[in-house]
Ligand binder design. Structure first.
Ligand code: DP6
Length: 360
């Protein structure tokens, strides 16, 4: 597939007005996407678990308009007008216009809400951008009713990627690879693909408890962070390491080797933050409580032999991943020992999910 394959033939029917609704989940990367070039092409392959409970629900209403020279839309978050979201959506519309050429023909109302707490520090860009991309695809499908489900999902992921890179991994589940690597057949820089190899039952219903350590605005945004990978002294070896880790993950996932899985996942998380600390300007997104939690997880693992591990996104929050079979003991530990390090004691219990759903 190339970008050209996503440019539609001229539509033959017309649409007046209507609305569509999608819910789309967040995802948590095991091998991290960190570094990109235009147009939203990742510098290295990544793989993530799609989540189940943390999601965005978006309704897109469309109404045909007379003047078709500009984009026209309003955005609402939890029922309140959110003009602060407009520039990001305008940039997204500009990037995807050639692939969904109806954008200037309608006035859109975008109504969105998240299931996770507002400003929890959980990135809403993956769930938010994928939900919006899916809504646009549902409108396109009304123009082109012949479209196959496979193409629909591929193009939704392709559009979502142009909104936010990691969003392309939220359309489907449960394990999604994005970024071309010779280690994963059919992998592409343009959209996410389902992980095509055997996955052991140990990883079915894998749990992710997200500790909300710091809910403030990040000091350095992901966009700036990605850019700092240009001319980063360790960039080339980091990008190579991501390919190597995708290769190493294959036998781990196949054999159900949770120890190997935890080792690779924690190494990826600390490498991501290592890249931030060795950028110039350098910065640290982990907080003292992030380190406290990590040390306690390591100690508990050593003491009990349970299969608890962590990963981090580009912030201070800690994702604790573990098999469903150890849920009771590990949740007990989290509640007794780790919740004290969360801002206002807040944490979210989630698990692997299977992708987005159309609601209307
Ligand atoms: C650390 O997808 O938020 O979560 O493409 O600029 O929107 P943009 O970046 P974004 O970056 C996510 C980075 C990460 C790792 C990952 O999800 O793979």
């Amino acid at each position: 597939m190339t970008e050209q394959d996503f440019i539609p033939k001229p539509y033959t029917n017309t649409l007046k007005q209507g609305k569509v609704t999608w819910e789309s989940p967040s995802n948590i990367a095991l091998v991290k996407y960190w570094g990109k070039r235009d147009p939203q092409i990742p510098e290295n392959p990544s793989i993530s678990f799609t989540l189940s409970q943390c999601k965005t629900i978006t309704t897109l209403s469309y109404k045909q308009k007379e003047v078709t020279s500009d984009f026209s839309f309003d955005v609402f978050l939890d029922g309140e007008k959110k003009d602060a979201f407009k520039p990001k959506i305008e940039t997204f519309f500009k990037r995807v216009e050639q692939y969904v050429p109806f954008l200037k023909d309608f006035h859109f109302t975008i109504e969105t809400k998240n299931t996770f707490p507002h400003s929890s520090g959980i990135a809403s860009s993956a769930s938010g951008m994928s939900a919006l991309a899916l809504c646009l695809m549902s409108v396109e499908k009304l123009f082109n009713t012949e479209m196959s489900n496979t193409f629909f999902n591929q193009k939704a992921s392709f559009l979502a990627r142009l909104g936010s890179g990691s969003a392309c991994r939220s359309v489907e589940g449960d394990l999604i690879v994005w970024g071309h690597t010779k280690h994963v057949a059919e992998s592409s820089d343009l959209f996410g693909v389902k992980y095509p190899y055997t996955v052991h039952d140990n990883f079915k219903n894998y749990q992710d408890t997200i500790l909300l350590i710091d809910k403030g605005e990040k000091q350095v945004s992901s966009t700036v962070g990605h850019n700092l990978m240009h001319n980063h002294p360790y960039a080339a070896s980091r990008f190579q390491q991501a390919h190597d880790n995708l290769e190493k993950l294959k036998p781990i996932l196949e054999a159900g080797d949770i120890k190997g899985f935890i080792n690779l996942m924690e190494s990826e998380a600390l490498t991501l933050h290592g890249m931030m600390m060795t950028s110039n300007p350098y910065y640290i997104l982990m907080k003292p409580n992030t380190l406290e939690v990590i040390n306690r997880i390591w100690k508990f693992r050593e003491d009990t032999g349970l299969h608890i591990g962590f990963t981090l996104d580009a912030g201070a929050n800690v994702h604790i991943l573990y098999p469903e079979s150890e849920k009771v003991e590990i949740l007990n530990f989290i509640e007794n020992e780790l919740v004290a390090y969360c801002k206002n004691g807040e944490y979210i219990c989630d698990q692997i999910g299977f992708g987005a759903n159309q609601i209307e």
